[in-house]
Design a protein around this ligand. Structure first.
Ligand code: CU
Length: 240
């Protein structure tokens, strides 16, 4: 599909997402065609979305630095992810096809990092965003005033489900602790927390719903989301 040369000057901010968990900033912008989308509608043909992945600025002690609005500060651009919608696009993804989108990732020097023939992994994960959202994860943020979000902050012994991931994805607790999973509602997608060894299963959690589990036997409990088993995995360690 080619590197979208003019995106830095010609595209509109779609949203910024501060990933506090992995110290990344996701800056997403859209060409005029994509930005003309109406809330809840599929994107028109000719839509291009660019997602710049940045490493966030840290102070010498390793703490994240925030600007006056409490947002992370972009320091190093690592990858430029592009998705583009055209009539007939996406056929090669076969069973993983997402409507008519195709995906490519570039390095900051514009060389190709993930060529189209390897981008089925992109399609596989974006399927989770669902056809209802035209396979774009946070289209609703474009229609907010701030066009900004960050990973949910969680209390101790809590796990949030958001952006097709568990936060944190590794948690260690003392035996007898009650752990709470909450579907943060940010990605608007249903999830589950299902132990590999059947020790617990939240069942389907709709956006906003939560589920608590108390583990009374020490050990390691790998778990996954039954709806996104390839993308969402986590581990609970229960110690004496
Ligand atoms: Cu899930």
């Amino acid at each position: 599909m080619g590197f979208p040369e003019s995106y830095q000057t010609g595209f509109k901010q779609f949203y910024v997402f501060d990933r506090l968990d992995n110290r990344q900033i996701r800056y997403v912008c859209a060409n005029d065609v994509a930005a003309s989308v109406k809330p809840g509608d599929p994107f028109p043909y000719g839509s291009i979305l660019v997602f710049e992945s940045w490493r966030a600025k840290q102070d010498p002690g390793g703490a994240l630095v925030k600007d006056t609005s409490g947002h992370l500060i972009r320091e190093t651009l690592t990858t430029v992810f592009v998705m583009r919608k055209e009539k007939g696009f996406g056929e090669d993804y076969q069973g993983l096809r997402n409507g008519e989108w195709e995906y490519v990732a570039y390095r900051p020097d514009k060389s190709v990092q993930t060529p189209p023939q390897n981008s089925a992994s992109c399609a596989a994960c974006h399927l989770a965003a669902t056809a209802k959202k035209d396979f774009v994860f946070h289209p609703e943020l474009f229609f907010t005033k701030e066009r900004y979000a960050q990973t949910p902050s969680v209390g101790s012994n809590e796990v949030a489900m958001s952006s097709v991931a568990f936060y944190p994805n590794n948690l260690t607790v003392k035996v007898g602790t009650t752990i709470k999973w909450t579907n943060s509602a940010l990605d608007g997608i249903d999830h589950t927390a299902t132990a590999t060894n059947n020790a617990f299963d939240s069942g389907i959690l709709k956006p906003g719903a939560g589920h608590t589990v108390t583990l009374t036997a020490p050990g390691t409990y790998p778990y996954f989301c039954a709806l996104h088993p390839d993308q969402m995995r986590g581990t609970i360690r229960v110690t004496d």
